[in-house]
Design a protein around this ligand. Structure first.
Ligand code: SF4
Length: 482
């Protein structure tokens, strides 16, 4: 199949500026083309994966809307569907391939439907994706979203010229661009309480198990000044909480300002109830970050601190750049400075060569640290990573499964016990919405990111209320407003 490229489609397109004129580009040389749409397209964006992808979908919606297209909430109303994908684990990619098969059935009934695959999986699989799903019209990686309007216009012209599906060239936009930060793009967000704000793109860490640096490129931070302005606007729009996003969010840097400086600056924005961030890297947890968490009232006392393994030998094979001892010391320091901090984590079991003894170090570390909660996974090999090239994936699936079961059981017991200890306490809860199980109750989050459920009484969504905890489960606090 012939592959096309961005330049080919740019030749005859009229260029329009696409940016918030009040906010200059971080990199003014990064001028990218946009096209006057021959027809406005109705675009349905379907998002898979992490919050970074949710934020990228909002960015894509912003780019499309500013170029005369419309995003729609239902697939039935769309003539373009963009599937924004995740590549972190194999089953995430399998899920998307299955979804594409379903979309192809729809395309048989609706031949002018444009199917696009965006995000990490597009960048990871490249040609293999088009081989597996030749009916896909557009493949676009995370640094090429400015080309979406040009791509849609070109593809739409193909549709209108009645070029048969098999003869139509897909649009492929897979450049990785270290200067692309989309600082000037205004994302389209759903109304709500919590807004996601990308402060940094890409990753320089190169953990051996991870595909992210290959699909999202090198690390780059957005200017602090713009970010503070963005937060001020989000508060004006009614958002109560902002979550700062980055692959290694606390390695943020802007002209001498570090992540701690950004936390202080955002925490000072008038009217903002809460600031959170995800995901920090333990090696970048500086005193400046800890100081800001300890002393800025609106910065939540919750840290999601990925451990991955409690064995220094495994951490070395993973190239995590810290030892088990350094991680334990960091947790001690955090708890000394911020006694009520909630700490959560990510764990991978069954990484290449993980022995029983190495696994037990992880188990023991979890038992000692007593995380509030954890995301736990079996290692899944990703083609293109260093681990895939140099280490055999040699822990049998049954052993991985057994280890995962053990730590899940451990963590459930710890989470349940930590939550039980809060019975009788009063916690501040930001109300997010109606409880799914009971229309007479609201649910919300505590400062430590625990879910609380309580009767509505005279409260409303967006309020911060005091809730006295009456009973708990491993995942929820249940109580009354006081
Ligand atoms: S820090 Fe490691 S795990 Fe996290 S995105 Fe970067 S390479 Fe992947």
């Amino acid at each position: 199949m012939e592959r096309t490229n961005t330049e080919r489609f740019m030749k005859n397109d009229t260029l329009l500026p696409l940016y918030n004129k009040d906010k200059p580009k971080s990199n003014p040389s990064n001028e990218l083309p946009t096209a006057i749409p021959s027809h406005a397209r109705r675009v349905y964006i379907e998002t898979y994966g992490c919050q970074m992808n949710v934020s990228d979908s909002e960015l894509m919606a912003g780019i499309l809307t500013q170029n005369g297209h419309q995003t729609v909430p239902h697939l039935d109303d769309a003539d373009v569907v963009l599937v924004n994908t995740c590549a972190i684990r194999e089953n995430a990619e399998t899920k998307v391939i299955n979804r594409l098969v379903q979309l192809n059935h729809r395309k048989r009934r609706q031949p002018d439907l444009i199917i696009g695959v965006c995000g990490c999986m597009a960048q990871h699989l490249r040609d293999k994706l088009l081989d597996a799903a030749p009916y896909v019209d557009l493949v676009m990686g995370p640094d090429a979203y400015r080309d979406l309007p040009v791509a849609l216009d070109s593809l739409a012209r193909g549709v209108e010229s009645h070029v048969s599906l098999t003869d139509r060239d897909p649009f492929v936009g897979l450049r990785l661009d270290k200067s692309e930060d989309y600082a000037d793009i205004v994302p389209i967000r759903k109304e709500g309480i919590r807004a996601w704000l990308t402060i940094q793109r890409g990753c320089d860490k190169m953990c051996t198990f991870c595909i992210v640096p290959f699909v999202r490129g090198r690390e780059r931070s957005l200017p602090l000044k713009f970010l503070v302005e963005d937060v001020e606007k989000l508060v004006d729009q009614g958002f109560k909480e902002v979550v700062l996003l980055g692959q290694t969010v606390n390695s943020y840097r802007d002209n001498g300002a570090d992540f701690g400086d950004l936390l202080y600056a955002v925490g000072d924005v008038n009217g903002l109830e809460r600031v959170r961030f995800t995901s920090p890297h333990p090696a970048d947890a500086t005193d400046s970050m800890i100081d800001a968490m300890a002393s800025s009232p609106s910065v939540c006392k919750h840290l999601h601190l990925p451990l991955q393994s409690g064995s220094t030998e495994v951490l070395e094979r993973m190239r995590r750049t810290y030892t088990a001892e350094a991680y334990r010391n960091l947790v001690s320091k955090l708890r000394e400075r911020i006694p009520d901090i909630a700490i959560t984590t990510d764990i991978i079991v069954g990484f290449c060569g993980e022995t029983d003894a190495e696994f037990m170090e992880t188990y023991q570390m979890m038992a000692d640290i007593r995380y509030d909660s954890a995301f736990m996974f079996k290692y899944s090999e990703r083609e293109g990573t260093l681990a895939h090239k140099v280490f055999p994936d040699d822990v049998p699936e049954t052993v991985k499964g057994e280890r995962l079961k053990q730590i899940i059981e451990l963590q459930e017991n710890i989470s349940a016990a930590i939550n039980r200890d809060t019975v009788g306490d009063t916690v501040a809860v930001l109300i997010e919405g109606e409880s799914r199980r009971d229309a007479d109750r609201y649910h919300g989050k505590t400062d430590g990111f625990k879910t609380a459920v309580f009767p509505k009484a005279n409260t409303k969504i967006g309020d911060v209320v005091n809730v006295r905890v009456d009973t708990t489960t491993a995942h929820t606090l249940i109580g009354q407003t006081i």
